[in-house]
Design a protein around this ligand. Structure first.
Ligand code: 5GP
Length: 193
């Protein structure tokens, strides 16, 4: 097991409905030393890519993305969630369905922060069905930029997102891939990588 898998086993809580709760170290209270290890690992895995920007989505991706960005020495842009629909123009927009909140959000990035010159590493905390990632990819494409790679902390391998994104040809790296979890026993199975 790697450092993140060990931490998930130690402090993660398996909930009904295929939800893994990691709010004691990842997406509510945040363990910045752990984030730093994650940043170093992503830097290693994407070392050959000319990354000049990190893109994530609010809210829980932002903390991880900031620490990862320090390892790459580049800025972070986060896509903002908004309910309003009349914000075309100076913004790139995409629609994202939330796995945890079961609602649709429009996400926006101001055009001045993303362009065809950008080589983007997309970072997020979880990958489930891949809606969040598809939205972020669409935003980079609208800007004419290049998705150099995608770094995920925890992929739920039993949901479709990872397969869909890899089949689209993107270089997707997940630090932990959960292949199964049992809410009654709390048992978590990881994919060998
Ligand atoms: P997707 O768009 O891939 O279906 O879901 C990704 C988003 O849903 C992530 O940004 C994350 O915030 C949230 N998410 C999905 N599955 C889980 C989960 O098991 N636990 C937690 N805490 N968040 C999740």
């Amino acid at each position: 097991m790697n450092f993140l898998e060990e931490r998930i086993v130690k402090d993660g809580i398996v909930k009904e409905g295929n939800v893994l709760k990691v709010d004691s170290f990842l997406n509510h209270q945040m363990d910045i030393e752990l984030f730093d290890q994650m940043g170093a690992e992503f830097k290693k895995r994407f070392a050959d890519r000319p990354i000049n920007k990190i893109l994530t989505i609010e809210a829980s991706g932002i903390g991880i993305a900031c620490v990862v960005a320090q390892h790459f020495g580049v800025p972070v842009v986060f896509a903002k969630k908004t309910k309003s629909i009349n914000i075309e123009g100076e913004m790139y927009t995409a629609e994202v369905e939330s796995f945890t909140h079961k609602c649709k959000n429009q996400v926006i990035v101001a055009k001045k922060f993303l362009s065809e010159e950008d080589h983007v590493l997309i970072i997020d905390d979880f990958l489930a069905n891949g809606c969040a990632l598809q939205g972020l990819i669409q935003i980079v494409k609208s800007a004419g930029g290049t998705v150099e790679g995608i770094g995920i902390a925890i992929e739920k391998g039993f949901q479709s997102g990872g397969t869909v994104i890899r089949n689209l040809g993107y270089h997707l790296e997940s630090l932990a891939i959960v292949d199964g979890m049992d809410a009654s026993t709390g048992e978590i199975t990881f994919r060998e990588q």
